[in-house]
Design a protein around this ligand. Structure first.
Ligand SMILES: [Fe+2]
Length: 450
């Protein structure tokens, strides 16, 4: 028997073993690289690290590791162990290659092949801005509450005492002609169409209430659907939005659930059609000229996984260039300061965001941001820190989060276990915030001077 034949005994040579293992490693790097390049995918590894994700991340190392183990076994007189280990490496190479190719195919094909039903919506193109409609204030449609005032925090006028803050506002509000809003905006987040646990009745009530209020624009801050690559779930959302708010200028953002497994492609088809553009060049972060306010959207699906050097430079430039005479409002899916809880499965902290706060809050404070509005946590909460006010406005139907085990030291008011939305009126010199329940009742009010 020649030496060559000895090396290829069992017709699996050292070369075949190593080449197949390196091929599997390359395919797995490509698959993970593609997955990592998608919106929000890296956040999934940090905030929701299920075992399958870790297997996909490290599986490429298995065949090559086994192939290396086979090398010293070549020196043994008995070749059986070497043959077995080479075969193990080869079979694992085939499995890893198949999984890698299937993953890329799944990520590319599924979100691109789902058929989306066309919906007649009044989508806001970030490049075109928002124009005040000059309609009656939202309070005309609802039983509104007493405006609470008091200097609780520099730059923010909040209820005079914490006890007052916790009382629902129910009295009709008197307005002088000077109180007529320059701009009226509504915000909500986390409707989670497609989730069995979401409350469709509350979601419908909220949309009906917003339609009745006729705001100049409605911002839906993400997690429109439960699983982003499911066209079926997006169709449910589009059909309800078309039925309930066809005339309301609508600007949805991308949440972590929307982004799941290539969902960004369906999001763009549904909410950022051809012809739309933005100052940043991205469909996921942009600034909007709203006439009497500047609105800046940042792309933070789970946290800072998409907040790279490009978005950071754009944000700093945009905040620095904002007109200081107008209120500066930042919106995002994931939150900054927040009360919350530790995820019971992954032990991840869903409160005072350890990524978003150090990365963005110094910019908010440096450039005089007045109000930051986010979703992600399914509470309504009002917080204030260093002259910046933070509002969290989940949930628009997504299952309410549990009673927070952690209360942020910057929290001023919180409502747990309910649904609702937030109205923001831009008035001369101040912003008037009204947190509403799903039936439109004013739960809490706050005023921010700008
Ligand atoms: Fe979320």
């Amino acid at each position: 028997m020649t030496q060559h034949n000895q090396k290829t005994s069992g017709w699996l040579s050292r070369r075949t073993t190593l080449v197949s293992a390196l091929g599997a490693l390359a395919l797995s790097i490509l698959a993970n690289g593609y997955f990592y390049s998608l919106e929000g995918a890296r956040g999934l590894y940090v905030w929701h690290p299920i075992i399958a994700l870790k297997i996909v991340l490290f599986m490429g190392l298995v065949p090559i590791s086994i192939a290396i183990v086979a090398l010293p076994l070549e020196k043994l007189a008995q070749k059986l162990a070497m043959r077995v280990v080479r075969w193990l490496s080869f079979v694992s190479s085939i499995i890893v290659s198949i999984i890698s190719i299937a993953l890329v195919a799944f990520l590319i094909v599924v979100p691109r092949t789902g058929s989306l039903e066309p919906a007649r919506l009044k989508l806001v193109d970030p490049a075109k801005g928002i124009h005040a409609l000059g309609t009656q204030p939202a309070e005309a449609s609802f039983s509104a509450g007493t405006t609470n005032k008091g200097a609780a925090q520099p730059g923010i006028t909040l209820p005079q005492s914490q006890s007052a803050a916790l009382q629902p506002a129910t009295d009709a509000q008197a307005r002088s002609p000077l109180d007529q809003p320059l701009l009226r905006l509504s915000f909500s987040s986390d409707p989670h169409w497609g989730a069995d646990t979401s409350n469709a009745t509350a979601r419908t009530q909220i949309l009906e209430g917003i339609a009745a209020g006729k705001p100049d624009a409605f911002f839906m801050l993400g997690d429109t659907v439960e699983t982003g690559n499911s066209a079926t779930q997006w169709n449910l959302a589009l059909s309800d939005l078309e039925a309930l708010i066809p005339a309301v200028p609508l600007r949805p953002m991308l949440g972590n659930h929307d982004a799941l497994f290539g969902g960004q492609y369906i999001y763009r088809k549904a909410f950022y059609p051809k012809g739309f553009s933005s100052d940043s060049g991205s469909p996921y972060y942009w600034s909007i000229d709203a006439g009497s306010a500047t609105i800046v959207a940042v792309d933070l699906p789970w946290g800072t996984e998409m907040f790279g050097a490009r978005q950071r430079a754009w944000l700093e430039k945009t905040l620095a260039a904002a007109d200081p005479r107008k209120p500066l409002i930042v919106i995002s899916h994931s939150f900054f300061y927040a009360s919350g809880y530790d995820d019971p499965t992954f032990d991840t902290p869903w409160y005072d965001h350890y990524q978003n706060i150090p990365a963005l809050v110094p910019l908010f404070e440096k450039y005089g941001v007045d109000l930051v509005i986010s979703g992600h946590n399914h509470y309504q909460e009002l917080l204030a820190h260093n002259g910046v006010t933070y509002a969290i406005i989940g949930s628009m139907g997504g299952i309410p989060d549990p009673e927070p085990s952690y209360r942020s030291p910057w929290s001023r008011w919180i409502n747990v276990g309910g649904y609702g939305w937030l109205d923001v009126e831009v008035l001369p010199g101040r912003l008037a915030l009204t947190f509403r329940s799903e039936t439109g009742e004013a739960r809490q009010r706050a005023t921010i001077e700008y």
